[in-house]
Write a protein that binds this ligand. Structure first.
Ligand SMILES: [Zn+2]
Length: 258
């Protein structure tokens, strides 16, 4: 039995899986990892793009929108990869409780997982939200306005300041999503990490909540994580390579069992 076999058996035994994804799965779809060396934050200074600065001046907002708009075409055009597709297969098998993700790119939804099964801890780049009245606008619509010269778009409904519906540096985590993710983590029977290094809060604590409540823990991430010693199985590979291999075994084994 190799590790893919063991994970396949674990998936087959599980009925309520929470999959936790981070930047690792998105970079395999060509999306820049903001925090990695050579990533956007080595070329831009993150302290220029905090939520506090965004609120403080029109100049900062203009800079933010220019920066954010430059990465939107890449993000909106990105396609789910084999890692996303493997997770979508778990959904179709009726085993997925939900995906909890640190990613803002909407690729799980694009892979066919319904919106209500995806908990986005860092918000989403697909919507723009008015900070005054809460009105939401599709990103593409606002992107076109920025492209055609509106440097800092304002809300049609109230004239308020608008920002992509992502969680910026200095902005607090969304309470509702974080609480929901913690409840689901506590109630699952398998917590599967796919492409997260599990270092930032609240990502770091979710696997522990799951494990403390009796779930199995499987970690698939290219680099070691601080929770590897806590996991039942750890695979240090790309999720787009490891997960499809696991799903092949799952199909073989479920064929055997039928
Ligand atoms: Zn508004």
């Amino acid at each position: 039995m190799d590790k893919a076999d063991i994970v396949a058996d674990t998936l087959l035994e599980s009925k309520k899986i929470v999959v936790f994804t981070g930047a690792g799965i998105s970079t395999e779809s060509g999306i820049s990892d903001f925090r990695s060396p050579g990533g956007i934050w080595s070329r831009f200074d993150p302290s220029e793009f905090t939520f506090q600065k965004f609120l403080a001046s029109e100049e900062s907002r203009e800079k933010y929108w220019a920066f954010s708009s430059s990465s939107w075409p890449e993000m909106s055009a990105a396609k789910p990869n084999q890692g996303h597709n493997a997770i979508a297969e778990l959904y179709h098998m009726g085993k997925l409780d939900c995906v909890v993700t640190q990613n803002i790119d909407g690729l799980h939804q694009k892979s066919g997982i319904p919106e209500e099964r995806v908990i986005e801890l860092h918000g989403t780049a697909w919507w723009v939200k008015c900070l005054e009245c809460g009105q939401r606008y599709p990103r593409e619509e606002i992107h076109k306005r920025v492209e055609s010269g509106e440097k800092v778009p304002r809300c049609d409904a109230c004239g308020g300041i608008m920002k992509p519906a992502t969680i910026s540096f200095g902005q607090s985590m969304p309470l509702e999503e974080t609480g929901e993710a913690e409840r689901r983590s506590a109630a699952c029977d398998l917590f599967l990490v796919a492409g997260s290094s599990l270092v930032v809060y609240p990502a770091a604590q979710m696997p522990l909540i799951a494990k403390d409540n009796g779930a199995k823990l499987v970690i698939i991430n290219l680099e070691p994580t601080p929770h590897d010693h806590y996991a039942d199985v750890v695979i240090h590979e790309k999720t787009g390579e490891a997960l499809p291999q696991v799903m092949v075994r799952v199909k073989e084994k479920s064929g055997e069992r039928n």
